[in-house]
Design a protein around this ligand. Structure first.
Ligand code: ASP
Length: 259
């Protein structure tokens, strides 16, 4: 998905005020609470793979900017020219933003096509191991060096085998003030279902901070939660050989899933 320009991650990431891609990603393992995250990455196609390497091969949890890139080089990740990550749609989105955007209040869109969105994935295996990964280009028109919620564990990503897993998207400055992913986890720990917890925390954040977000959640028992206060959020999940998906409010489509 980081290769697909219809997602705001890797190639097709949205641009900062200087017209550059600066990517962020995080990953968490619910079995041992191990984490790996990177931020301000400019010349690699797959920040999530670097974040995973931080999880497996580094004594640290979050590496940023030059340090993240030095680590990636040391681990032999191939570099790409930073300009090769810039899509025409991301350029157009920055131009639109510069003309009439307000940071945090402008939904990023590609005309007549699906909105581009951060990539979040939440999974549970047959042994009950929960894993969550989130990868983003951030928000169009962000300042150079701005860091959002995605690489911050507890805001963009959280996983705990004892409770479940969450990945979030939306206005990073609000999500990180509210520790949105961990807020959902705490509500589930207190007894709410994945769906109730996700709705309560997302709406709670929006009513308190007046900005929008979305989250996808799995409980330790495999129950799905999903909610967004933005106009749209592309989502999909697979359960019992069916794929459920949607993008607009109250839209839930179902097809058979052939693996
Ligand atoms: N949450 C991301 C950020 O603020 C953006 C997004 O999810 O679309 O960096």
């Amino acid at each position: 998905m980081e290769k697909d320009e219809y997602f705001n991650a890797g190639y097709g990431s949205v641009l900062n005020l200087r017209g550059e891609v600066e990517m962020e990603a995080s990953i968490m393992c619910g079995q041992n609470l191990n984490v790996g995250a990177v931020t301000l990455v400019k010349k690699f196609l797959h920040p999530i793979s670097i974040a995973h390497k931080v999880l497996t091969d580094s004594p640290h949890s979050l590496l940023g900017a030059e340090g993240a890139e030095l680590f990636a080089l040391e681990k032999e990740f191939p570099t790409v020219p930073p300009e090769s990550l810039i899509s025409e749609n991301a350029k157009k989105a920055l131009e639109d933003f510069l003309q009439h955007g307000v940071f945090g209040r402008t939904e990023i869109g590609i005309e007549n096509k699906a909105d581009v969105g951060t990539v979040g994935a939440v999974a549970i295996d047959e042994n009950g191991n929960v894993a969550v990964a989130t990868s983003t280009g951030g928000m169009s028109g962000k300042a150079v060096g701005r860091i959002g919620d995605t690489p911050q564990i507890g805001s963009g990503t959280y996983a705990d085998n004892h409770i479940g897993g969450v990945s979030t998207t939306g206005h990073g400055e609000s999500i990180l003030k509210y520790c949105l992913a961990h807020s959902i986890i705490k509500l589930m720990e207190g007894g709410l279902s994945a769906d109730e917890a996700t709705k309560t925390a997302v709406e709670g954040m929006t009513s308190r901070l007046k900005n929008t977000a979305g989250a996808i959640t799995l409980s330790k028992d495999g129950d799905v939660g999903m909610h967004f206060s933005s106009n749209r959020m592309a989502w999909a999940y697979i359960k019992s050989n069916k794929i459920f998906y949607g993008i607009n409010k109250d839209q839930e489509l179902v097809d058979d899933y052939v693996n």
